[in-house]
Design a protein around this ligand. Sequence first.
Ligand SMILES: NC(=O)c1ccc[n+]([C@@H]2O[C@H](COP(=O)([O-])OP(=O)(O)OC[C@H]3O[C@@H](n4cnc5c(N)ncnc54)[C@H](O)[C@@H]3O)[C@@H](O)[C@H]2O)c1
Ligand SMILES: N[C@H](CO)Cc1c[nH]c[nH+]1
Ligand SMILES: [Zn+2]
Length: 437
Amino acid sequence: MKRLDTREPNFETAFTTLLSNREEQGQEVHKPVADILAAVRKEGDAALCAFTERFDRLPLTAQQLAFTAQEVEQARAKVSPELLEALDVAAQRIESFHKNQLPSDIRYTDDVGMTLGMRWIPLDAVGLYVPGGKAAYPSSVLMNAIPAKVAGVRRLAMCVPTPDGVINPLVLAAAHRAGVTEIYRVGGAQAVGAMAYGTQTIRPVDRIVGPGNAYVAEAKRQVFGYVGIDSIAGPSDVVVIADSNTNPRLIALDLLAQAEHDECAQATLITPDAAFADTVIQAVEAELRVLSRAAIAGASWARNGAVLICRDMQEAVELANRLAPEHLELMVDDPESLFAHVRHAGAAFLGRFCPEAIGDYVGGPNHVLPTSRTARFASGLSVFDFMKRTTFLSGGPDALRQIGPAAVALAQAEGLEAHALSVSARLDVLAASTPNT
Ligand SMILES: NC(=O)c1ccc[n+]([C@@H]2O[C@H](COP(=O)([O-])OP(=O)(O)OC[C@H]3O[C@@H](n4cnc5c(N)ncnc54)[C@H](O)[C@@H]3O)[C@@H](O)[C@H]2O)c1
Ligand SMILES: N[C@H](CO)Cc1c[nH]c[nH+]1
Ligand SMILES: [Zn+2]
């Protein structure tokens, strides 16, 4: 863990290193991912089965790639009524938030009598990547699938790795709750390749969404253009801005809640109070002695953890904006006043009793968020990722008479004669059919 103070002379150098460490390091996985994608494109199911055996230690035949409806039902039957109820609470809240996101079409008639507009249309087929290497994510099933359903996508194909053939039954129960019926036990870059290019068993999709590790993120990057992707959601990160009125153990737990995802996860505390910072560091160390995922969380905290001591809350927000975190917690007396200055964060959590983990499961907004500082230009998963827009123009002779000559002039200026003629020939037709006044 790095403890930095903005008043120290070497702070800017150390902070710049911290920033560059946060950016996605795809280079070392570029070649293996390219090889996997090429093999899946060439050999289809056979490559999927081979990679699944190699990386997930699961020997499979092509017929076993998809979960059957019976397997889903059997898994669902293993889940307790309490957990199914919790899943339902989450699903309802996620659905309600994403319904509120649905955009409206535009249609209006302007002063030349032309009708203009834009229609939102759902995608035909999307691929949902649900991570499953180091932990199972039933919540990510809901976060991927529900916005797609709300947007009106017709076909949802879901890929989830099952290391050693083990699947958390709640993952399949969540898919069932969200209405996903096409589910494959494939993960990593090979799953992304299958959904992009198609295999004998998995039909290609139009867009692939969902978080995953460095292999998944790099594979999405490499298939982009052939299919659409959402933002790159890789290893989780959090920045917590806290004042000393906050219980240090609660802050330590929030930092560890990100750290326990992955050794590559990044947890950062920013506070103006140096003594408070040290108490939180001690609390993190104490929790690491008892946490069940201490091996992962401890490695993440040691490698990527950071505590930044700043002059005041204004400087805290400036540092957070530069870090552009996936999650930003504002654990202070008046979070709204700080939030007004936040410009780069995937999701913000306002108030001491609104921890990020609530947003992971039951808040309602999506937890698939831009990581690795991409919140500077990207946003979390939403219904917009499952829709596209078609604009339209509808006009008659009157509108053409009024705006056509300007189009002719511009086309001629660009030297595009057919463009100019396509408009001027119509103007000629109208002139010939209109009696002189
Ligand atoms: N941002 C979000 O919304 C969000 C949500 C949930 C999880 N996450 C993140 O997603 C990530 C999930 O990672 P994960 O590893 O647990 O699961 P994963 O499903 O992303 O990756 C597992 C797959 O990686 C591939 N793989 C592993 N080692 C490989 C190798 N050496 N060569 C080629 N392929 C290899 C395998 O195919 C395996 O099936 C974590 O970093 C977690 O923090 C993010
Ligand atoms: N914090 C993760 C990335 O937003 C999402 C998650 C799923 N389950 C628990 N957490
Ligand atoms: Zn989480």
